[in-house]
Design a protein around this ligand. Structure first.
Ligand code: FE
Length: 181
């Protein structure tokens, strides 16, 4: 079972030490912090796995770090889909696919959410299509797994704490295994 996860674990181990955009944590630290927030909230293994893997797409391109600084959207929410969809159910992959749109949604419905975003996240928002209109927000949240994507997004925004200690990747591996199709 675990052999099917090997490509994903290898990416996280070999490329996860790269910086998470302009944030104070590495990609792997960010992933572990996000998954830990879900686990501490007693969420399903599927949602914990989604949190751990939500930014895998950032590690699957050669556009370099801080692509948003160059005015580019790396479309990371889609990049890992071909790989992830061969391994996991929609309950894992859909919150990942929708987590960028969840930011656009939260900006549209929450009066203080936009302000709370980090500078890097505000910059990438523009490149990702900007704040949803009321109509787009309503059709976004009506989709299956959109609420999970919103919850993932809230943890995503918090998972940027420098030098925070969390359980390691080995701790989360059995959870990933339990979510394999
Ligand atoms: Fe993220």
């Amino acid at each position: 079972m675990q052999s099917r996860l090997k490509p994903i674990l290898e990416i996280l181990i070999t490329k996860g030490n790269s910086q998470y955009g302009r944030e104070a944590v590495s990609q792997l630290e960010h992933a572990l912090q996000c998954a830990t927030l879900a686990e501490n909230d007693d969420r399903t293994p599927d949602l914990i796995a989604a949190c751990l893997l939500h930014d895998l797409g950032h590690l699957l391109h050669d556009l370099g770090e801080n692509v948003a600084d160059r005015g580019l959207d790396d479309r990371h929410e889609y990049r890992a889909m071909p790989l992830l969809q061969t391994l996991f159910k929609p309950s894992v992959t859909e919150p990942i696919r929708l987590h960028v749109d969840a930011k656009r949604y939260l900006c549209a419905v929450g009066s203080t959410y936009w302000e709370s975003l980090s500078p890097a996240s505000k910059r990438s928002l523009k490149l990702q299509g900007g704040i949803f209109s009321a109509e787009a927000a309503a059709s976004f949240i009506a989709q299956p797994y959109a609420k999970d994507a919103v919850q993932l997004r809230i943890w995503d925004d918090r998972a940027k704490v420098a030098n925070l200690s969390t359980p390691d990747l080995e701790h989360f591996t059995p959870i990933l295994v339990s979510c394999l199709t």
